[in-house]
Design a binder for this molecule. Structure first.
Ligand code: GLC
Ligand code: CA
Length: 550
């Protein structure tokens, strides 16, 4: 399947559209909104997990890979959704969480019911040392990566995310075969592929040694849990098992995977994955431990932003691997609030990031709500829903010694809940998402910011997306064409050319809130500009321009 020319739209189902008056988004709700996606030009819908799950990590803790969570509907609803997608020329990409299962999964339950269960070797059960965890690894969501085994004294199991997400032991062939079975099951139904959750952490350092044992406290054992050589062997084996029988696409999510790692996971000739989700842009304002590492005070610069984009673009071109670009997803605050200006220049910054995302080399992922310029939402502590946010709030105080009010500020800035407030469809109660109090707060700005009013606005963001998507589909230069950075040292403007035999384009984006002058011969036809009166050699705040040179 051609994965380079696809427009992929991510749905986080819990907050997309409710259909049965319980305040929780569901599959029938998605079905109701398919016309909107088709109209936009979407090819594939990536569904964040809809499987059975106790929801400690909202679906990323799967208890049954073969069934639909009742909150979302039934398997019949899923089949109907898939059929309706296909009628519209669209497909569905499933989110496959293969690094861990929920502790409610039958395999893990078997481990808890029987100390000799063969399934114990499907996970990482280990004995402790002197009543301390088997090693010093920190969990991605804060605290120890180990959870106490209720069945045996001195025994623990590895949980590198929440304590309810138990890491699978991929050394065990049973695990590898079961993941292949899950994929076969969904491929037989007719799905188009998988977004593979934290796929670069499936192999762990043999022996699970402590990371710098001389250091005090839990340590981020990045090199012992990400990008191990064995992970490539596992992926090649898995894809090899399926690729003769099925035609499908794979999007790998690699937690903090760098260029070298992605060149392997998504290298054209490697027999691994089609593309890797790029992280660097979204961690540029964070310390080395990730999103809640506040030590950079969330400071970033335009030259830094540009150098990340250009490094990924030119390196993936040179080494022939493929990237999935995105400005938003369910794990990040809204990008226009973070890297743009969500007040004075909300529409302009939404359009700037959209044009960038839709014209870069790589497959664009569009996240629900960005096509209408949704923003972050102020959330008081009792409105937080995300496990990560709630847990890290404690860790910031105990491990990082932050006073409460600063810990709260850090969480309020970075919480994933920003991306998870309900999609704002119209200005009716609960933004047209539901007629019942939603499971999470609706952003109070829904009266102004919603699809219905965007569609009739002269400066519609949705229309801008449609236009850019249509152009991307018309000209192959945007997907397989060459990428060449220009104005590399400009302090405000991100600029590059995309070209192939058929056509050549220049993209100019002012990433700043002040006017930006540039000195460049820009002959050609302006196909898109976010201001109505484009000026030569000048871009107004967040102005985005697409010029066809040839
Ligand atoms: C990925 C998901 C995130 C989840 C984590 C653990 O990073 O995108 O939402 O919490 O994996 O499964
Ligand atoms: Ca519902």
């Amino acid at each position: 399947m051609d994965y380079k020319n696809k427009i992929i739209y991510q749905i986080w189902p819990r907050s997309f559209q409710d259909s049965n008056h319980d305040g929780i988004g569901d599959l029938k709700g998605i079905l109701r909104r398919l016309d909107h996606l088709q109209d936009l030009g979407v090819d594939l819908i990536w569904l964040s997990p809809v499987y059975c799950s106790p929801n400690t990590d909202y679906g990323y803790d799967i208890s049954d890979y073969y069934n639909i969570h009742p909150d979302f509907g039934t398997m019949a609803d899923f089949d109907a959704l898939l059929t309706e997608c296909k009628k519209r020329g669209m497909g569905i990409v499933m989110d496959l969480v293969a690094n861990h299962t929920s502790d409610q999964h039958p395999w893990f339950q078997a481990c808890l019911n029987d100390p000799n269960s063969p399934y114990r070797d499907c996970y990482y059960f280990r004995e402790d040392i002197n009543d301390k965890e088997p090693n010093n690894w920190i969990s991605m969501f804060g605290g120890s990566a180990w959870t106490k085994d209720p069945l045996k004294p001195r025994s623990w199991y590895l949980t590198t995310f929440t304590p309810h997400q138990c890491d699978l032991n991929w050394e065990n062939p049973r695990v590898r075969e079961e993941i292949a079975n899950v994929m076969r099951f969904w491929l037989d139904k007719g799905v188009s592929g998988f977004r593979m959750d934290v796929i670069n952490t499936i192999a762990k350092q043999p022996g699970l040694p402590s990371w710098h044992p001389e250091k005090k406290g839990y340590q981020f054992a990045k090199e012992f849990m990400t990008n191990l050589p064995q992970s490539h062997a596992y992926i090649q084996e898995l894809i090899g098992k399926l690729s003769n029988d099925y035609d499908f696409i794979t999007i790998g999510e690699g937690m903090m995977a760098d260029n070298d790692a992605c060149a392997l996971y998504a290298g054209e000739q490697r027999g691994e994955l089609n593309m890797m989700i790029m992280f660097d842009l979204h961690l540029q304002d964070c310390g080395p431990l990730g999103k809640y590492d506040f030590r950079k005070l969330y400071h970033w610069t335009i030259p830094g932003f540009k150098s990340i984009i250009f490094r990924w673009q030119t390196d993936s071109q040179k080494r022939n691997y493929w990237v999935a670009n995105y400005m938003n997803n369910h794990d990040q605050p809204r990008s226009i609030s973070r890297f743009g200006n969500d007040r004075q220049y909300r529409v302009e910054s939404a359009k700037a990031f959209a044009l960038m995302n839709l014209t870069l080399r790589g497959t664009p992922l569009v996240y629900q709500g960005e096509e209408i310029g949704m923003t972050n939402c102020h959330l008081e502590q009792d409105e937080w829903r995300d496990y990560e946010a709630i847990n890290i709030y404690g860790t910031l105080q105990t491990m990082m010694h932050l006073p409460k009010f600063i810990a709260k500020k850090v969480v309020q800035r970075m919480t994933r809940d920003h991306a998870r407030t309900p999609v704002q469809w119209d200005d009716s109660d609960y933004a047209g998402f539901s007629d019942h109090q939603p499971w999470i707060k609706v952003n109070p700005n829904y009266k102004q910011i919603n699809l219905k009013s965007d569609l009739v606005s002269e400066t519609s963001i949705n229309r801008w997306y449609k236009q850019a998507i249509a152009l991307r589909k018309t000209y192959s230069a945007f997907n397989t064409g060459a990428m060449k950075p220009v104005l590399v040292h400009h302090k405000q403007i991100l600029a590059y050319q995309r070209s192939d035999e058929q056509a050549e384009f220049l993209i100019l984006i002012n990433l700043s809130g002040s006017p930006a002058h540039f000195d460049l011969k820009t002959e050609g036809r302006i196909l898109m500009d976010s201001y109505t009166d484009p000026q030569p050699r000048l871009l107004r705040p967040y102005e985005a321009r697409l010029i066809q040179i040839r």
